[in-house]
Design a protein around this ligand. Structure first.
Ligand code: XIL
Length: 313
């Protein structure tokens, strides 16, 4: 196979990428997204602050463009994200709502957004980053006012709005076995037992070179055994810059290890990388002195990790 999407599809998986609508105007970027990937995730365009900057005023331009792009190019669409404490519009983040009103705001938002893309989104991240590192629930505007029930309520609202979509809960630092993934595991087990419409668990996979967890396969498998699908949703493997040949070779091995872990688990549907190239990556802006985390370099040239991932699929 000479593309990631070809290799992934031959293994009945997807190779996904996070995209930005405005970058699709760049022909080099656009060609990589179209030729190499069979699933796309809007990096920011479907977040609450992007779609509802003022209460009741929606702006779907960027999200629509990405959804149309996926349709035009035979790609699956991974919706990201309905309920998350981050990148909330100011009116919501700073607003002081009582529990009943907040619950209504949340379920209205889900009904509106998931309803708009009904039948077009294959998977939705319904709830993102609900956990602390120790596996307890993160104290967010939603948790503080609504308690842990906000999670089940969000899934029910999403299922009502788009009964065909696969509904995911997503988090970071849950890739391997550990207290945080234990917290996630207990929650998913409970939601399944209660008949809540949850279909998958997303593992973001924001990894640090040299710290790729060797328990990833076992971890993905234990979730699959609960009767949900699993996906690596936001993979990048960052390093201290500048990159060296040696670091890039190690990075290739770690991309292969993550892809292998997914392929070893029947219910692992695919792997999404969090950006097309190192020029598009969120890492340098968020982690000082780190970068070079993706499959293409800043000049859009394929890195060792690209070839290792394609081969692993
Ligand atoms: C990041 C985007 O990549 C950045 O462009 C944005 O400024 C901040 O958010 N976990 C998630 C993603 O679920 O939505 C985040 O994306 C990265 C961490």
């Amino acid at each position: 196979w000479n593309t990631l999407r070809g290799a992934a599809a031959a293994s009945d998986r997807f190779a996904g990428v996070a995209v930005n609508a405005d970058k699709l105007d760049d022909p080099v970027y656009e060609e990589i997204v179209r030729e190499q990937f069979n699933s796309i995730t809007p990096e920011n365009a479907m977040k609450w602050e992007s779609v509802e900057p003022e209460r009741g005023r929606y702006d779907w331009a960027a999200a629509d463009r990405i959804a149309d792009y996926a349709d035009a190019n035979g790609q699956q669409l991974y919706g990201h994200v309905l309920v998350w404490h981050s990148q909330l519009p100011a009116w919501l983040g700073e607003g002081d709502f009582d529990a009943a009103e907040l619950r209504e705001i949340m379920t209205d938002h889900i009904a509106t957004e998931a309803g708009r893309y009904r039948g077009r989104v294959d998977r939705w991240d319904v709830v993102n980053e609900a956990f602390n590192e120790d596996g307890t629930f993160r104290e967010t505007v939603f948790y503080d006012k609504l308690g842990e029930d906000y999670i089940a309520d969000a899934f029910r609202a999403a299922h009502k709005a788009d009964p065909e979509a696969e509904l995911y809960i997503n988090d970071y630092n849950t890739d391997g076995l550990g207290p945080k993934s234990d917290g996630m595991y207990e929650l998913v087990k409970k939601l399944k037992a209660e008949g809540v419409p949850i279909h998958g668990v997303g593992f973001q996979g924001h990894l640090v070179l040299g710290q790729e967890p060797d328990s990833m396969r076992a971890n993905l498998q234990r979730f699959a055994d609960l009767g949900v699908d699993v996906v690596v949703t936001e993979l990048d493997i960052r390093m201290e810059t500048p990159a060296t040949e040696q670091k890039l070779r190690q990075q290739a091995r770690e991309y292969k290890a993550v892809t292998d872990a997914c392929l070893a688990v029947d219910r692992c549907d695919g792997v999404t990388v969090w950006g097309a190239s190192d020029a598009d990556s969120w890492i340098p802006g968020w982690f000082e002195g780190e970068g070079a985390a993706l499959l293409y370099d800043e000049e859009y040239q394929r890195k060792p990790a690209y070839y290792a991932t394609r081969l692993a699929f």
